[in-house]
Design a protein around this ligand. Structure first.
Ligand SMILES: C[S@@+](CC[C@H](N)C(=O)[O-])C[C@H]1O[C@@H](n2cnc3c(N)ncnc32)[C@H](O)[C@@H]1O
Length: 301
């Protein structure tokens, strides 16, 4: 049993084994710049499990009884940094151009459903940002294209016949719980302007709680992006600041999978420091100012 305060030595072969296991389980790649972080988190887990070597820890992780510990380790290895309205230029492209054009073309086809996915959603700020922007875009679209029918009272956030579903997924159960709870501190709300706060949040003590109407648009669920079977038929996927933790081979595989998850001409948004350049020929980059997105190319049959 490990004594408290003592750092267990981690040998090169043990590190390799654990690195490979993490990569196989979730696609996260710890190169030389990030091995220090990996080692630190492994030391913490070893201590928690009261084991005396990293090899024993590895054996635990690959055993049937070690499933729960593996989940805990992966949770400890994820970086969950996020914020509301992150990357303004990209969100302007999404809101003012892509959504506007998407709603018009869907209306022409009498298709009134929009399916969006925040893949690697962390504590939910990205998915709720998408929900606020989509709610605005759909209301504005309906104002310009009235159906002639009386709107229901009270007025819903998404006017009928439109239906919006947003999936928010992550590999970490703790961030999914926080997103589902949907309460945020003043600090976390710093990028949410007054009008959005007023419409979509209730002040509860010193925190802000997402209103029921917005919450109902977002469904939180566990999905590991490493697995083959991912949810399908999305119009838009946001997978921002996730791929940067994967190596090139895993990034290529993920982009291939996202291509299959998207409807024809659907859009993929990646983080500011990420790009699809040189990784696929199945998407076309679109941009406005410094905001970029990738549109799935139509394949001629
Ligand atoms: C830096 S956060 C990005 C949050 C948000 N997308 C944003 O840009 O603000 C990365 C998130 O990806 C999640 N993640 C990492 N690997 C994953 C995987 N294999 N499957 C699903 N989620 C993953 C992490 O748990 C973390 O919450």
């Amino acid at each position: 049993m490990a004594s408290p305060g003592v750092q267990m030595p981690l040998t090169e072969p043990e590190l390799k084994l654990l690195q490979t296991l993490v990569y196989q389980e979730c696609g996260m790649h710890f190169d030389s710049r990030r091995t220090h972080f990996l080692q630190d988190r492994l030391q913490r887990r070893l201590k928690e499990c009261h084991l005396d070597s990293f090899y024993s820890y590895y054996r635990l992780l690959i055993s049937h009884e070690g499933k729960e510990e593996l989940t805990k380790l992966l949770e400890n290895l994820t970086v969950n940094e996020t914020s509301f309205f992150r990357n303004k230029a990209q969100l302007d492209l999404f809101h003012k151009h892509i959504l506007d054009q998407m709603l018009r073309s869907k209306q022409e086809r009498h298709d009134f459903s929009l399916r969006l996915w925040s893949a690697g959603c962390s504590t939910g700020q990205e998915a709720y940002t998408m929900a606020m922007l989509v709610a605005d875009a759909v209301s504005y679209h309906c104002l310009r294209n009235p159906s002639g029918k009386e709107p229901p009272v009270p007025k819903p956030l998404i006017p009928p016949p439109w239906k919006v579903e947003i999936l928010a997924s992550d590999i970490s159960y703790s961030v999914l719980r926080a997103g589902q709870e949907g309460t945020y501190s003043e600090h976390q709300m710093s990028s949410v302007d007054y009008s959005y706060r007023l419409r979509h949040f209730d002040k509860v003590g010193d925190r802000y709680a997402v209103k029921k109407s917005l919450k109902e648009m977002v469904h939180f669920d566990f999905h590991n992006l490493k697995t083959e079977y991912l949810p399908q038929r999305y119009d838009v996927i946001f997978c921002r600041n996730v791929m940067m933790y994967f190596d090139e081979a895993e990034q290529r595989r993920l982009i291939e999978k996202f291509c299959r998850c998207l409807n024809p001409s659907g859009y993929l948004f990646v983080g500011h420091a990420e790009s699809l350049l040189g990784l696929t020929d199945k998407f076309n980059m679109v941009y406005r100012d410094t905001g970029t997105a990738y549109q799935k190319l139509e394949v001629a049959l």
